[in-house]
Design a protein around this ligand. Structure first.
Ligand code: GLP
Length: 250
C-alpha cells in the first residue's frame, strides 16, 4: 500500500484527480468505480475542470458506483444517482448508458444485486476503484460484520452511519435504514484502488484500518491485502498515523 500525505483537502483532491486522469489517459476505455460522500467532491470538481480545459475525455469510460440507498426514487435529491449527476456526470462528456448505480427502487432486490454484479463482470471488472471511508470503517456501505461480504447485497445501516449521513438529509428520520452495496470481494477484485480520507474524524479509523488487524469488524482493513492500493490522506486524517510514527523516535 502506498500512503500519500497531503497538507490540505484541496491537495488530496488534486493528487487524486491526477491519478484518475492518468488512468483515463492511459486507457480511455477504463472501467472506474466511483464513490459518494463528501470526501470525493473535490476530486470530482477537479475532474470537471480538467474536462473543461480540454485535458480529459470521458467518452470511452464505463463507471460503477459503490452503492445506493434502498427505497429512494431515482429523482430523489438524496439518492446517490442524483448526487453523481449533480456533482460529476452532468458536467462531463459521459452518456447515461456509460454509468451504473444499483437501483434502490428495484422490486426484486436480490435480482438487482445479481444484475449489478453481472454488469460489472461483463464490463471486465473495475480498473480503478475510488473509495471513501465511513467513521466505522465501512467501504461502500459494507458495514462492520462477522464476515466479509462477496457480491452486491442489501445492507442494514449502522446507527453511526445513519448519524454521520444525516447531514445530507432534511432530518435524521429521513435517512434510509437500508442500502444496496457492492460487496468487499468485488471491491478487492478491482485492479487498483484509490482510498481517500480527509479530516481528523477519520484519523483513528484510518490508523486502525491501515495498521491494525484485518477483521470484518473493520471492513476497510481488508485493503491491506490488496496488491495495489494508493491511500491519499490530508493532514487531519493522517494525524494519528503521524503521531504514532513520531512517538517511536526519542
Ligand atoms: C457513505 C458512503 C461511503 C462513503 C462514506 C464516507 O456512507 N456510502 O461510500 O465513503 O459515506 O462519507 P464522507 O466522505 O462524507 O465522510
Amino acid at each position: 500500500m502506498r500512503i500519500v500525505l497531503s497538507d490540505t483537502y484541496r491537495d488530496m483532491s488534486r493528487k487524486a484527480a491526477y491519478i484518475v486522469a492518468s488512468q483515463i489517459i492511459l486507457n480511455p476505455r477504463s472501467v472506474l468505480g466511483f464513490a459518494t460522500g463528501e470526501t470525493p467532491l473535490g476530486l470530482y470538481r477537479m475532474l470537471i475542470s480538467m474536462y473543461w480545459a480540454g485535458d480529459l475525455d470521458f467518452s470511452g469510460i464505463t463507471t460503477f458506483n459503490l452503492d445506493e440507498y434502498y427505497g429512494l426514487s431515482e429523482e430523489s435529491p438524496y439518492s446517490y444517482r442524483f448526487y453523481m449527476k449533480k456533482n460529476l456526470f452532468q458536467h462531463i462528456n459521459i452518456r447515461e448508458d456509460q454509468w451504473h448505480i444499483p437501483r434502490g427502487t428495484a422490486e426484486n432486490v436480490e435480482e438487482e444485486c445479481r444484475r449489478y454484479d453481472r454488469a460489472i463482470e461483463k464490463a471486465g471488472g473495475i480498473d480503478l476503484q475510488i473509495l471513501g471511508l465511513g467513521v466505522d470503517g465501512h467501504i461502500g456501505f459494507n458495514e462492520p460484520d462477522e464476515k466479509f461480504e462477496g457480491g452486491t447485497h442489501l445492507v442494514e445501516l449502522q446507527e453511526s452511519t445513519l448519524k454521520a449521513n444525516a447531514r445530507f438529509f432534511p432530518s435524521p428520520e429521513e435517512v434510509p435504514r437500508f442500502a444496496l452495496s457492492m460487496g468487499i470481494k468485488t471491491i478487492m477484485k478491482a485492479k487498483k484502488i484509490l482510498l481517500l480520507a480527509s479530516g481528523a474524524s477519520k484519523a483513528d479509523v484510518i490508523y486502525e484500518a491501515l495498521q491494525g488487524e484485518v477483521i470484518p469488524e473493520l471492513p476497510a482493513s481488508i485493503l491491506q491485502l490488496h496488491p495495489d492500493v494508493t491511500c491519499i490522506l490530508d493532514g487531519g486524517a493522517a494525524s494519528r498515523l503521524e503521531k504514532e510514527r513520531d512517538e517511536r523516535f526519542s
